[in-house]
Design a protein around this ligand. Structure first.
Ligand SMILES: C[S@@+](CC[C@H](N)C(=O)[O-])C[C@H]1O[C@@H](n2cnc3c(N)ncnc32)[C@H](O)[C@@H]1O
Length: 456
């Protein structure tokens, strides 16, 4: 039986119910039914003249089509429907519909059990990661949390197996939300798909935010496939793995041992082990050492496209020459919006002290203000929601370390920062409102200034 679109019916009201009693949602209503031979049922269901009616589907062998108004009075049928049904020799009869818990959608059930003042904002929607639906319940809904969880579980049984509530506290070190199981299985290991990659992780042990998928895609799409990316706060790999699938070599780091464990698993599952080197260390030491690691050249250039004659010749020689090594980092991803800005001071002098000597690395990264210097994409929060004010807040109030900002010109999405040392252009992109802090998340993108990286 298909659910009616406009019949105005609702389940019996049970305000204050805290433990789900499914039998309490049984009710019956009388509607009109058009009784026709089974062979005609399809035609009536598709009929234009009946499209304003709510067709609930065929019943039994006698093929009656339940529909129409709730009162069960033929007089309430629109004239064109009455006329059509008469032409088709349909008998119009009252029909009792028995409805039970399965009939109602989550909104109906929650509207029947929650106190009236909580109905309007009842949390029937949710975000999901793998098989887990996660809610962020406001305090006034907490007395009903288990029944809300159960209803959401029942009504999304195809793909949801667990419903959790994220409590307001976030582990400040690894950005992991504390969560409580409301209904379903106590299994937090999820398999989630994003950007054509598969991510497995324990949602209760690592950071994951499904709402960032557009931002992950935006940044990764800006990376050139022949580049080398250093992901300082990589989590379980939502930048690192798609970047490697694109062809980039990636150094991916996360301090949380659980993130590191699943990062390695995801590298393996997505078959990008050739192009990702995972690390589990503090972001500061990672920034300090990653230039040397890149200089050692663990990633090779993608093999050049060859015509069949070249391939035959190589086969005859037996071993094709190895592709050149990529030694230069082209991009840094720094997604730890609470404090990534404070890690920027690690870039001061980072190339002056790198292994291989300043001269070798300086050749690799070009001369002053060279485009060979890596781009840094650093995320941060600000309470200022307008891009212009946010930019001022990020630069002045949050005081970018060791910068002397002498002015801001052309405030907006792509502003020129007129300070002495980081003479560079900042591309400030509006991100999204952060659900726990009420802050806006921004990504500031800029090229690492040569003078900073080679400072004594
Ligand atoms: C906001 S999450 C971002 C994860 C992932 N890049 C993403 O976009 O979903 C920040 C990550 O930084 C890690 N982290 C926190 N402090 C760190 C530090 N000092 N050094 C390295 N990683 C750190 C956390 O464990 C967490 O996985």
């Amino acid at each position: 039986m298909a659910r009616g679109l406009s019949i105005d019916i609702s389940p019996p009201v049970h305000r204050g119910m805290k433990e789900l009693d499914k039998s309490a949602f049984c009710t019956s209503v009388t509607v009109l039914a058009a009784k026709v031979p089974p062979a005609k049922a399809g035609k009536l269901l598709a009929a234009n003249e009946l499209k304003t009616l709510v067709l609930l589907g065929c019943q039994e062998q006698g093929a009656s089509l339940s529909s129409l108004s709730r009162s069960g009075r033929p007089g309430e049928l629109p004239p064109e429907a009455q006329e059509y049904l008469k032409q088709e020799s349909a008998e119009i009869v009252p029909h009792k519909l028995d409805l039970d818990y399965d009939y109602w959608i989550a909104d109906d059930i929650l509207a029947s059990i929650l106190p009236e003042e909580l109905v309007e904002e009842a949390p029937s929607g949710f975000a999901s990661v793998g098989h887990i639906a996660h809610l962020n319940l406001k305090a006034e809904y907490l007395p009903y949390k288990h029944i809300i969880g159960q209803v959401i579980l029942d009504k999304n049984a195809g793909h949801i197996r667990s419903v959790v509530n994220k409590t307001s506290t976030i582990d400040t070190k690894y950005r992991v939300f504390k969560m409580e199981l409301l209904a379903g299985e106590s299994d937090f290991i999820v398999c989630h798909h994003e950007q054509n990659c598969q991510f497995t992780f324990d949602f209760s042990e690592v950071y994951w935010n499904s709402r960032l998928h557009t931002e992950h895609g935006r940044l990764v799409d800006s990376f050139k496939p022949e580049g080398v990316v250093a992901d300082v706060f990589a989590g379980v790999g939502p930048f690192a793995i798609p970047a490697a699938k694109r062809g980039c070599g990636v150094f991916a780091n996360d301090l949380n041992p659980a993130s590191y464990k699943y990062l390695k698993q995801n590298v393996k599952d997505n078959k990008v082990a050739e192009l990702v080197r995972p690390f589990c260390e503090d972001g500061r030491s990672f920034i300090r050492s990653v230039f040397n690691r890149a200089f050692d050249g663990p990633f090779r250039d993608p093999p050049p496209k060859k015509n069949s004659a070249q391939l035959r010749q190589e086969r005859r020689k037996n071993s094709p020459p190895p592709a050149p090594r990529r030694r230069r980092i082209t991009q840094f991803a720094m997604n730890l919006p609470e404090s990534a800005i404070e890690f920027l001071d690690e870039f001061r002098g980072v190339l002056a002290s790198a292994n291989g000597g300043e001269r070798a690395l300086s050749g690799l990264y070009g001369a002053e203000d060279s485009e060979a210097m890596p781009m840094i994409h650093c995320y941060c929060f600000t309470r200022e929601l307008e891009p212009e004010k946010a930019e001022i807040d990020i630069r002045q109030v949050r005081s970018i370390p060791f910068l002397t900002i002498v002015g801001v010109a052309n405030a907006g999405t792509s502003a020129i920062c007129c300070h002495r040392e980081w003479r560079t252009s900042w591309d400030i992109r509006s991100g999204r409102r952060h659900h726990t802090t009420g802050c806006e998340m921004y990504c500031i993108s800029f090229r690492l200034p040569h003078a900073v990286a080679f400072a004594a």
